[in-house]
Design a protein around this ligand. Structure first.
Ligand code: SF4
Length: 300
């Protein structure tokens, strides 16, 4: 059986995640262990790899009970209250907030009046942005939640950096429609360039393959957006977290397969998925998969 498996060249960590992981690894070279506030990346395989090197994920409550230590802040950023805890507890922060997120936090802090944030409620980046607005922010997750907005007052709207640009435009249009003074809506273009560019390229990638294997952690907000995009353009798209979730029923003879992932998916995981698929599909002879493979692959 002829096997065609291609990895999307644009998939893999974004600059913000690369920077945070590189900084963590540099510091782990000097320290036996290092704390990170929240998962440094929404990918369990990568987290396991870093955990073996001494990276420990803690939450804010655990941070509040620590003192005289070092904590890394991941690319998503944190609200001002986290910096206050660090000061109070004599905790040194290694601040890996992505420069794009930092700029967005600053913009929100400098903007007056009613602020609307299009993003996922409870997501770390969104919590950080809400914290900068000091109680003036309303978070809207989708166009159906815009009733929370006061349409009689001017609105400044910002998007979480990893949201879908098309959905953001829809939310803005729906708010504008409800406002008596249409000019009182100011839309801030805050979707990360790296993410926005990926949308059109990924749509084309999904359309040009028979099957899409999308590798991403379930917790990844960006992963959900990009996987939904793949499914929209190719119904034979499947989201996996590990190789054991791959089902041979997904494939047909002669399929060309595309492997891609979120901004939190490491390249090494995409490569190992592609390698696995090549071996799996080579074992497909006369309509059956033969167990010519080993290790993780033995279920086939
Ligand atoms: S998606 Fe963009 S803004 Fe968000 S961490 Fe990555 S590079 Fe930074």
């Amino acid at each position: 059986m002829k096997v065609s498996v291609e990895i999307d060249k644009d998939s893999g960590f974004c600059n913000g995640v690369v920077r945070a992981i590189r900084t963590a690894e540099q510091n782990l070279g000097e320290k036996a262990e290092l704390y990170t506030l929240g998962a440094i990346v929404h990918n369990n395989s990568e987290l396991d790899r870093l955990e073996k090197k001494g990276l420990k994920v803690i939450d804010k409550e655990q941070m509040s009970s620590l003192s005289d230590t070092t904590v890394l802040i991941r690319a998503h950023g944190e609200p001002p209250s986290t910096y206050a805890i660090a000061k109070e507890r004599n905790i040194k922060l290694i601040d890996c907030t992505c420069p794009v997120v930092l700029q967005l936090q600053k913009k929100i802090a400098d903007t007056g009046g009613q602020i609307v944030i299009f993003g996922k409620i409870g997501h770390a980046e969104v919590n950080g942005l809400v914290g900068r607005a000091e109680g003036r922010a309303i978070v809207v997750e989708n166009p159906d939640q815009i009733d929370k907005v006061d349409f009689t007052k001017p609105v400044n709207i910002f998007s979480q950096t990893t949201k879908d640009p098309v959905e953001y435009a829809e939310v803005c249009d729906r708010i504008r429609e409800r406002m008596a003074d249409k000019s009182a809506l100011t839309v801030h273009d805050t979707i990360c360039r790296q993410v926005a560019q990926r949308h059109s390229r990924l749509s084309a990638f999904a359309q040009s393959h028979n099957v899409i294997i999308f590798v991403s952690g379930k917790e990844s907000s960006n992963g959900k957006v990009l996987y939904d995009l793949c499914r929209k353009h190719n119904p034979r798209s499947y989201n996996i977290q590990s190789l054991s979730q791959i089902d041979k029923k997904w494939f047909k003879k002669g399929d060309n397969i595309g492997v891609c992932g979120a901004t939190s998916t490491p390249k090494w995981q995409l490569t190992s998925t592609a390698r696995f698929l090549k071996i799996l599909l080579k074992s497909y002879i006369c309509g059956k998969f033969y167990s010519i493979i080993y290790g993780n692959y033995s279920r086939f």
